[in-house]
Write a protein that binds this ligand. Structure first.
Ligand SMILES: CC(=O)N[C@H]1[C@@H](OP(=O)(O)OP(=O)(O)OC[C@H]2O[C@@H](n3ccc(=O)[nH]c3=O)[C@H](O)[C@@H]2O)O[C@H](CO)[C@@H](O)[C@@H]1O
Ligand SMILES: C=C(OP(=O)(O)O)C(=O)O
Length: 430
């Protein structure tokens, strides 16, 4: 198991390039198997979830040709199996996208129930409701979802909850379902739009992505395309909060500023100056941050995937802040770890009440999930002394070269794999 070891206290200063969006890329890779022609995907993030999904796609027989770390060619003509191996699926959430992709293309999919971060109970009933409405029989057998249809057909579907995964999965299957599908109460996240744009570039007929009503006209088949994935708004936001928490000045490049508006608004509320350029944002932190309140919501609200990062930053702000999590019921698992670093944070129901302190102090903490892990790294960068973050395998699910990017901004951080290396770092930094 690897760790990050961090000597905190340096304000982050400089420029950082953001990779492609993990959560768009995962869906797009799954959708790429929906044609027998070759798909070229660019701006792929080089993170663990992507590599696992590519292995799963190769595992069902598709040709996967990784041209370089951010480019892949996929050809689904050689797929010989619609049953995906549990070995891959247990590691990631987005494996559920293979259900929509395989069902659309082959009218048959067998995918084990997905893994992913343990941030709540995470049912997929809305995905299954959508597949059934499109004409599939769906059963859970031996831990796997089995979806089958003689023929799919368009349908009018109203989602009971706004779900990113269900919206994208239904959009994929409906693209190859004859007739018209109307999907209401759809998620509006930028990655929903990116997947719709990708499918449309393969010949699908999807309108309205980015609004809460998506209209899909099923087409007979999809074809080859070349596509570049949008930048990762969560990776970008994480660096923006790292700048804020360390009193830094960071320009985050290769972003779509519009996708960052909820994050930018909160940074301005807590006293940061945020300057927007065409494809970059610069965050300049004040001497001391101010308190604020925040509630996570579906897009365009404040994203749940940015909740731990703002909470850690508010732990250093003057005054009392309240952070309310309204999407997942178990996303405050970092709170105890943060308390061990001197934060004053108390979780009550779905809110964390945070009394800002002047300083955090370095400690040994453990990453409970992807975003909470990244947030604890931010805490370590801002804290006095040395922080060791265990279980960084979660962070590697979604951040490309995290430690290199942070080091290029002046952070003292190293990825290590044993106690000896931790000790060496301690001796070196004093
Ligand atoms: C791989 C991926 O893209 N993961 C993202 C995706 O997760 P994921 O697709 O799992 O999240 P959803 O948008 O589906 O979940 C939103 C809410 O709906 C509930 N729900 C969802 C589906 C369903 O069938 N039934 C149901 O009740 C969930 O429990 C949750 O409370 O969107 C989340 C919300 O932006 C992000 O935090 C995750 O990073
Ligand atoms: C929760 C996340 O991912 P997943 O849904 O794949 O667990 C995330 O990206 O923050």
């Amino acid at each position: 198991m690897e760790q990050y070891v961090i000597k905190g206290g340096n304000p982050l200063v400089g420029e950082v390039e953001i990779a492609g969006a993990k959560n768009a890329a995962l869906a797009i890779l799954a959708a790429a198997i929906m044609t027998d022609e070759t798909i070229l995907i660019e701006n792929l993030p080089d993170v663990r979830d992507i590599n696992v999904l590519l292995e799963a796609i190769a595992g069902i027989g598709a040709q996967v040709d990784r041209i370089d770390k951010s480019t892949v060619k996929i050809n689904g003509s050689t797929i010989g199996d619609v049953s995906v191996d549990y070995e891959y699926i247990k590691k990631i959430r987005a494996s559920y996208y293979l259900l929509g992709a395989l069902l659309g293309k082959y009218k048959h999919a067998e995918v084990p129930l997905p893994g992913g971060c343990n941030i709540g109970s995470r049912p997929i009933d809305q995905h299954l409701k959508g597949f059934r409405a499109l004409g599939a029989d769906v059963d859970i057998m031996h831990g796997a979802i089995v979806a089958k249809a003689d023929e799919l057909h368009g349908s009018h579907i109203f989602l009971d909850v706004v779900s990113v995964g269900a919206t994208i999965n239904i959009m994929m299957a409906a693209s190859l379902a004859p007739g018209r599908t109307i999907l209401e109460n759809a998620a509006r996240e930028p990655h929903v739009v990116d997947v719709a744009n990708f499918l449309n570039s393969m010949g699908a007929n999807i309108k309205g992505a980015g609004t809460d009503v998506i209209r899909i006209k099923g087409v007979e088949k999809l074809h080859r395309t070349e596509y570049s994935i949008i930048p990762d708004q969560i990776e970008a936001g994480t660096f923006m909060f790292a700048a804020a928490a360390t009193g830094g000045d960071v320009t985050v490049k290769n972003v779509i500023p519009k996708h960052l508006e909820a994050t930018t608004a909160k940074l301005e509320e807590i006293g940061c100056e945020v300057e927007e350029f065409d494809d970059a944002v610069r965050v300049r932190a004040p001497k001391r941050l101010h308190r604020t309140h925040v509630k996570t919501l579906p897009y365009p609200g404040y994203p749940t995937d940015m909740q731990p990062q703002i909470a850690v930053t508010l732990a250093l702000a003057e005054g009392t802040s309240i952070v309310t999590e309204s999407i997942f019921e178990n996303r405050f698992k970092y709170a105890d770890e943060l308390s061990r670093m001197g934060a004053n944070i108390k979780v009550e129901g779905n809110s964390a009440i945070i009394d800002g302190v002047k300083k955090l102090t370095g400690a040994r903490v453990s990453a409970p999930d992807l975003r909470a892990g990244a947030a604890l790294v931010i805490a370590g960068l801002a804290a006095d002394g040395i922080t060791v973050v265990d279980d960084i395998v979660y962070i590697q699910r979604g951040y490309e070269n995290f430690e290199d990017k942070l080091r290029s901004l002046g952070a003292e951080i190293e990825r290590v794999s044993n106690e000896k290396e931790i000790q060496k770092f301690r001796l070196r930094v004093g």
